[in-house]
Ligand binder design. Structure first.
Ligand SMILES: NC(=O)c1ccc[n+]([C@@H]2O[C@H](COP(=O)([O-])OP(=O)(O)OC[C@H]3O[C@@H](n4cnc5c(N)ncnc54)[C@H](O)[C@@H]3O)[C@@H](O)[C@H]2O)c1
Length: 339
């Protein structure tokens, strides 16, 4: 049996983010981008101008029914992901869905079931799991050099993009949640979220999300599209080292702090019972590559080599589980929701 080396692809949704996916699937050597679909004609015209060989359509069925197309990339708004991905899988296509995979756990379960039955790949766009800095951090944690993780906190704030179909939690948190679960390799036992809306009724602009893990590990995530600063930062505090991943830095994205506090045991006085360590700061060098390109390449590789995607439907499930619990907690003014 001959093994397919090139995947025929199509992108549905060529808006702000989808156009980056189009560029990557048009450029990667083992992707043959055949078609793009969007409801907005102007966006399709732009695609046609940049990629004349790619056919464009406003009708999703043109893409679903095209027997040439092996895999579909869905980059429409989150509320459409479930229906769109389901149609793709039922049409016998592999599917890559932007984050969040769905808005409800039951929908993710249904997609995973269909993907299994149809023997098709389902992958979710948890972009940061493909980020070389995140993978450096993951390896660093695995090596034991960070020690036991005490806690993690992250900030994903700036002014805009303000959405009118989802709140800041669903728009921004999938990134942080997916990284935190990826780094810890476990799911939280409870989730609490507080937030407020100021601009549009019932659509929180600012959310503070707390994940509690077993063994006292915790993570705190600050999300906002109503903030003067643009911050994309994750801090991991371990008992041996502390690491900061700052994605706004052009090159020095990871800083490892040899800082810590070592309890000596029995309390005598503050100075004598805890030793503070204020050592060097290391900025490691590693090769930076465009995370989106790595992510798109991974999707193609998984299809060609029949591998399980890193951010597969089950990874999508654990992230949506946390989001769904956070939604419940938000409604109850921050009461922790057990998973
Ligand atoms: N991975 C990342 O870093 C990242 C960044 C931004 C956005 N996203 C995700 O990408 C997705 C799209 O976000 P965006 O910012 O590009 O939104 P957008 O509104 O700019 O684009 C969505 C596009 O989908 C089209 N569309 C909607 N319904 C459609 C349908 N039924 N058929 C065909 N086309 C349809 C719209 O016309 C629009 O062009 C969201 O899920 C978002 O969360 C991911």
């Amino acid at each position: 049996m001959s093994v397919k080396k090139i995947v025929n692809t199509a992108v549905i949704g060529v808006g702000n983010w989808g156009k980056n996916l189009v560029r990557n699937f048009a450029e990667l050597s083992n992707s043959n981008l055949i078609a793009c679909c969007d409801l907005d004609e102007k966006k399709l015209e732009k695609i046609k101008k940049s990629f004349p060989k790619v056919s464009v359509t406003k009708n999703v069925n043109d893409v679903l029914r095209d027997p040439e197309i092996d895999a579909i990339i869905v980059a429409t708004s989150a509320s459409t992901h479930f229906k769109m991905a389901k149609k793709c899988l039922l049409s016998g296509k592999h599917v890559f869905v932007e984050k969040p995979l769905c808005l409800h756990v039951k929908d993710v379960n249904e997609l995973n079931k269909i993907a299994k039955e149809k023997n098709k790949k389902i992958m979710v766009g948890h972009l940061l799991e493909y980020h070389p800095a995140v993978n450096y951090l993951k390896d660093f944690i695995k090596s034991g050099k960070l020690g036991d993780i005490y806690y993690i906190y992250s900030q994903r704030v700036n002014l805009g993009k303000i959405r009118d179909d989802e709140n800041a939690l669903w728009s921004l948190a999938p990134h942080d949640i997916s990284v935190i679960l990826y780094l810890l390799n476990e799911e939280p036992v409870s989730v609490a979220a507080r937030g407020e809306y100021y601009l549009q009724k019932d659509l929180e602009d600012v959310v503070f999300l707390n994940l509690q893990f077993k063994d006292k590990k915790m993570a705190n995530i600050h999300l906002s599209w109503l903030d003067p600063h643009k911050i994309r930062k994750i801090t991991v505090v371990g008992n041996k080292k502390m690491v900061v991943f700052d994605d706004m830095e052009a090159t020095e994205k990871i800083k490892i702090y040899d800082k810590g506090a070592d309890p000596k045991g029995k309390y005598v006085s503050y100075e004598e019972s805890i030793t503070l360590r204020n050592g060097d700061i290391l900025i490691p060098s590693f090769t930076l590559k465009e995370p989106l390109k790595l992510e798109c390449q991974h999707f193609l590789d998984c299809i060609i080599k029949n591998k399980k995607p890193l951010s597969d439907g089950y990874d999508g499930l654990r992230v949506v589980r946390v989001l769904e619990a956070a939604r419940k907690s938000l409604k109850k003014n921050g009461v922790p929701v057990r998973l």
